[in-house]
Design a protein around this ligand. Structure first.
Ligand code: FES
Ligand SMILES: [Fe+2]
Length: 450
């Protein structure tokens, strides 16, 4: 347990500790995680836009818990355990909605959307009385930050901002709270929630299973950073090619659409493909406001690159100036070999006000702004994509997609879980580029052992 995985950019030293298979397959380990991890950390519950207006609510399931997040009539944000205080029935069984009161389907107890008990049918038949304080919904901590709602079951845990540490200031310039949800998917995966999270803690696999990435990103020169509380970040140069491979003569087709969107001519980059990244930064800086994007808070590198935060214990935030993905794994039922894998995609839609005085219009960008997702009208008139939930088999059969890259990961992850169960597997053997996996598991250990 002494060997350090040394990297010059490590902020928190990553120490080698065994990562054995039991943590992925043991039912006992899974039950202990409920006490030691899920009930003690801040968790992404869902997108903030789902509780923008009074009466809005959504349900965040974290088996065996179910949590209601709501915006009450007074405009205050709340979170409650989704359980009726009469005899324990689940109160709400829909994903989201807008209501002033929730009525339990069993005996009809009604609760206001601030959690207070409002009505009990035949109340005079409770000769013991019905003490409102005792029988209102059980609250938990809730915060809105970064376009996301966060909840925490532990009253003694540090604040959300303390838990996230430096990550807060790093993410805020991207203004995720100004982005709009355009996609809401859940895939039922046949693996432990940590197995899929691990997959997003390293780029070692990228050259093997994501061949398309070598024409867009330079993973070998990525920079990893390690933070307190198990969080990590990785920075990857975008609008470039894999520096370990021969440099192509022309801009790869995978970049064409994006260059066209910016009004750049790919013919100009024959023989100088490596200049694209810098020119994309300049172009975005120059034309951003005219195109309806405000890049004022972002550095040049942030205009072209991709940055990914892995937030302990189960959320991955992938940020670009115009797009934000929240990827999240959650335990499913009582089986450590299963999990839910959620993807919320948010997009920065161009601001019409910024565009107003502009003479710059690129047809491709207009199309992008109106990109057709399946947006349905919600009760308050705003547009929201419908939640789509499916089995990993639907991805493998090509009936559903979470983007080609995530699909490729999903194809593989089931076999990783199968391998974990073999007598022939004892522990993971990580390389330096997988130090983020180690860092994550060291904090899993820390929580499990304390
Ligand atoms: S369990 Fe909810 S009203 Fe009886
Ligand atoms: Fe991957």
């Amino acid at each position: 347990m002494s060997e350090a995985l040394s990297k010059p950019d490590v902020q928190v030293p990553v120490t080698y500790r065994k990562i054995t298979a039991d943590r992925y397959i043991s039912h006992e380990y899974m039950l202990k995680e409920r006490e030691k991890i899920w009930s003690r950390t801040w968790l992404v519950a869902g997108p903030a836009q789902d509780v923008k207006e009074s009466g809005d609510f959504f349900v965040f399931d974290l088996d065996p818990e179910s949590i209601i997040v709501s915006r009450s009539e007074s405009g205050e944000l709340h979170a409650f355990f989704n359980v009726c205080q009469h005899r324990g029935a689940r109160l709400i069984s829909t994903d989201l909605g807008c209501m002033e009161k929730w009525t339990c389907p069993y005996h009809g107890w009604a609760f206001n959307n601030d959690g207070s008990l409002s009505n009990v049918p035949d109340e005079d038949r409770f000769s013991r009385g019905v003490p409102r304080d005792l029988l209102s919904l059980k609250p938990l901590r809730v915060e809105s930050w970064g376009g996301m709602i966060w909840v925490c079951m532990d009253q003694k845990a540090p604040s959300l901002k303390e838990f996230l540490g430096p990550v807060v200031q790093m993410i805020e310039p991207f203004r995720p709270e100004d982005m709009t949800l355009v996609e809401d998917q859940t895939c039922r995966l046949e693996c432990n929630y940590k197995a899929v999270f691990d997959n997003f803690c390293e780029l070692y696999h990228v050259e093997h299973i994501h061949p398309q990435h070598e024409l867009i990103f330079d993973c070998p020169t990525s920079t990893a950073e390690f933070f307190e509380n198990g969080h990590t970040r990785v920075l990857i140069d975008g609008f470039t090619v894999n520096s370990r491979l021969p440099i192509p003569e022309e801009v790869p087709p995978t970049q064409w659409a994006q260059l066209e969107t910016l009004g750049m001519n790919r013919e100009d980059y024959k023989g100088r493909v490596l200049d694209v990244r810098r020119d994309v930064q300049l172009k975005k800086r120059e034309t951003g406001p005219a195109l309806g994007y405000n890049y004022d808070l972002l550095s040049d590198d942030q205009l072209s690159d991709i940055v990914q935060y892995n937030i302990f214990p189960n959320s991955i935030l992938v940020l670009q100036p115009e797009e934000f993905w929240i990827l999240r794994s959650r335990p499913r039922g009582d089986d450590p070999n299963q999990c839910y894998w959620d993807k919320f995609a948010l997009r920065m839609l161009p601001d019409a006000e910024l565009q107003k005085n502009s003479s710059v219009t690129f047809p491709a960008l207009q199309n992008r702004a109106n990109v057709s997702f399946n947006l349905d009208q919600t009760s308050d008139g705003s547009m929201r994509p419908e939640h789509d939930e499916f089995d990993q088999e639907a991805i493998i059969a090509g009936e559903k997609t979470m983007t080609i890259t995530l699909d490729q990961d999903i194809h593989l992850i089931r076999d990783v879980q199968r391998g974990m169960k073999s007598r022939g597997f004892e522990e993971a053997w990580l390389n330096d580029d997988e130090a983020r996996v180690q860092h994550y598991h060291n904090y899993i250990d820390r929580y499990m052992e304390n």
